[in-house]
Design a protein around this ligand. Structure first.
Ligand code: SF4
Ligand code: SF4
Length: 345
């Protein structure tokens, strides 16, 4: 099949922040006027449970796709992968405002992925853009145009100057639903169902480009969240058994492969590994915090006690090598955030 249109999926912010809604609406309105673009709008990606119409819509998209969300691109990409919405990761030109450490050789070295990779790719590209990276909606429109142009070259076929996808803008921006010329349209994906706000969810997302399948997260988690699939690979088996707000296992993972996209600190939420640096002072000591493993054990104990179970401290599922691990600049940032929380500043 020769693809002629590029699908752009806009994932709304959780909640009703008017500033976030405003930029979403500006982007949607502008993309409506773009030839060759099919626009789909869904609630927050992270919360889309199996069976949600927005998720079904995403699963039905064929061909190259741009996903614009309030998530770090790494988190959005692997979140989609976990849901079976797969493709090669497309390179994008929008970078975080504070990602100015490209010359930091140490950071670059640390970021080299050595993971087991995804099981399979669909033969297409998924480009993920983070709505926190630019304040002006035109930045995203320009980037969508650039990606479209890149895709057209790859498709090597006529792109079709067809009319914009049929999308309606409602009170809260609304919804489209057609996929790359396959007019599944509002019958298959009714507007109200597409935008139905799902309940908040909380679960880990694994970045398989970094995950080495060491199984340390499986040993550490005492709540049955992780499992091993038929290929003997770690995976998040029971997503909704994870304890809301707790990011403990992400601190234990030696590869920074576990992300909690809604967590407050960038390193755990999926910021590019190695991108946050420049924090040269030892913030952990400054704020009296322990190392990442001790924090993780405390977080896990809190959840065990909440469940009426006994705390286990550092006696169960603790990888030995972690105690020797040097803090990276990103860990320091995490520890700073945690320390600030502790101090209730
Ligand atoms: S601890 Fe990290 S690297 Fe090891 S299996 Fe779990 S996600 Fe993969
Ligand atoms: S955050 Fe806690 S409950 Fe959730 S997967 Fe990690 S260790 Fe298990």
């Amino acid at each position: 099949m020769s693809q002629k249109k590029l699908t752009v999926v806009l994932s709304q912010a959780q909640g009703k922040d008017p500033v976030r809604r405003a930029i979403e609406e500006e982007i949607a309105a502008a993309l409506l006027m773009e030839p060759g673009i099919d626009l789909g709008i869904v609630p927050a990606l992270y919360d889309l449970n199996e069976g949600h119409t927005g998720r079904l819509y995403l699963e039905g998209v064929q061909g190259d796709m741009v996903v614009i969300s309030w998530l770090y691109p790494r988190a959005a990409y692997w979140l989609l992968d976990r849901d079976g919405i797969q493709g090669k990761m497309g390179e994008t030109n929008i970078k975080p405002a504070d990602n100015n450490d490209d010359d930091d050789d140490e950071g670059e070295e640390a970021s080299k992925p050595k993971g087991i990779g995804a099981v399979k790719f669909q033969d297409r590209f998924i480009y993920c853009l983070d709505l926190r990276d630019a304040k002006d909606h035109r930045t995203y429109i320009e980037e969508v145009r650039r990606i479209f142009s890149e895709c057209k070259q790859r498709w090597g076929a006529a792109t079709g100057d067809s009319k914009p996808a049929i999308v309606q803008l409602g009170m809260n921006i609304s919804t489209p639903a057609s996929t790359n010329g396959n007019a599944t349209g509002s019958t298959a994906f009714p507007k109200e169902e597409m935008l139905k706000i799902p309940g908040r969810r909380w679960y880990p997302v694994i970045d398989y480009s970094r995950c080495t399948n060491c199984m340390e997260c499986l040993d550490f988690c005492l709540f049955g969240v992780y499992g091993v699939d038929s290929l003997e690979r770690i995976y998040v088996d029971n997503q909704d058994s994870c304890k809301k707000g707790c990011p403990a296992c992400s601190r234990v993972c030696p590869e920074q492969a576990i992300m909690f996209p809604d967590y407050k600190s960038p390193a755990i939420a999926g910021a590019p590994v190695g991108a946050i640096s420049g924090l040269k002072i030892d913030l952990t000591k400054l704020f009296g915090g322990g190392d990442a493993l001790v924090i993780a054990a405390k977080e896990r104990d809190k959840e065990l006690l909440r469940d009426g179970r006994d705390a286990v401290g550092l006696t169960v599922g603790i990888p030995k090598r972690q105690s020797d691990k040097k803090d990276s600049p990103k860990d320091e940032l995490d520890n700073l955030m945690d320390s600030l929380d502790t101090l209730e500043i």
